[in-house]
Design a protein around this ligand. Structure first.
Ligand SMILES: O=C(O)CCC(=O)C(=O)O
Ligand SMILES: [Fe+2]
Length: 311
């Protein structure tokens, strides 16, 4: 059963009272162990804030390419616009049919934010803050509720390792994704998809989806099953660095977004927003069980290694 579906964890009990952090953490850990993904319910982010972020993003992505080009992601930083067919998350497939905007709150990138959409910066900064707070609710819960055999309870390692989110010294970023409407008669290459099979790089990812659907998550048996949007929930998944950190006790799960089979759905835009959480740049990721299964690596070195393989 657990391997069939992505579990839902509610921050609140049936009695309407918030569960203890330890309980929430144990439930999230168990979902991470069985599926690598979890839907969080009563997560505390107000729906209008998510909606607003989708709206400003859509406004930006619908600008002419020549305008978006001004905000293209430079080679020496991660922030900015990524054009359609710029990335292959699965290098064995043709490039992804998606666009993205990588947003962070770093001072030096403020000038690179699109001026054409006047509320772009405040609205995305607001969702960044909300996602950051939710990240801490999840990390605190894991610190509290993860089983003792992964030796994390002692010094709140997950919260202590992410102190600089939103500040210099931490590479956590909010990425707004836009999957353009597709023409069934158009030039879709064989094997081309909206987002190729991949796992995320960091500690955890929070994913907001619109109501179009299309995300699929790999089961233990290798099959991909839909992880549809469930109103009032957000998805959270384990990243590769978290897998390494826990010496494979919890695993990052591959996921993808195919091209819808139904023509009507193909002709629709899909949007999602991912909050890719990274531990602080200089934090040394050492196997939590003391096994040394993977050699220690700093959070930033690991991320750079992975970026080098994608672009
Ligand atoms: O668009 C989605 O639902 C998933 C995107 C994703 O997995 C990613 O960008 O890492
Ligand atoms: Fe992903």
């Amino acid at each position: 059963m657990e391997t069939e579906k992505v579990p839902i964890v509610d921050f609140f009990g049936h009695d309407g009272v918030m569960k203890s952090l330890g309980t929430i953490g144990a439930e999230i850990y168990s979902a991470f162990k069985s599926a690598g993904f979890v839907y969080l319910k009563n997560h505390g982010i107000a729906a209008p804030k998510i909606e607003a972020a989708f709206n400003v993003s859509r406004e930006f992505f619908q600008l002419p390419v020549i305008v978006k080009q001004k905000y293209a992601r430079p080679t020496d930083s991660n922030e900015g616009w990524v054009a359609v067919e710029r990335e292959s998350l699965n290098p064995e497939r043709p490039a992804d049919l998606k666009e993205a905007f990588n947003f962070s709150k770093k001072e030096n990138v403020k000038n690179c934010l699109p001026k054409e959409v006047t509320t772009f910066n405040p609205v995305l900064a607001d969702l960044f803050d909300e996602a950051q707070q939710l990240t801490f609710r999840v990390l605190e819960a894991l610190d509290e509720g993860m089983p003792g055999n992964v030796n994390v309870k002692i010094d709140n390692i997950f919260t202590n390792s992410h102190k600089l989110i939103g500040k210099p010294g931490n590479a956590t970023g909010l990425r707004s994704l836009y999957y353009p409407a597709l023409d069934p008669e158009g030039s879709i290459k064989p094997g081309q998809v909206r987002c190729g099979e991949h796992s995320d790089y960091g500690s955890i990812t929070i994913l907001f989806q619109d109501d179009i659907g299309g995300l699929e998550v790999q089961r233990v048996d290798g099959m991909y099953v839909p992880a549809p949007p469930i109103p009032g929930t957000v998805l959270v998944n384990v990243g590769d660095l978290m897998q390494r950190w826990t010496a494979d006790q919890i695993k990052s799960t591959k996921h993808r977004v195919l091209i819808p089979e139904k023509e009507l759905l193909m002709r629709q835009v899909r949007q999602s927003i991912a909050f890719f959480v990274q531990p602080d740049d200089n934090f040394l990721i050492t196997c939590l069980d003391g096994s040394n299964k993977y050699e220690p690596v700093s959070s930033l070195d690991y991320l750079n290694m992975r970026f080098a393989a994608t672009y």
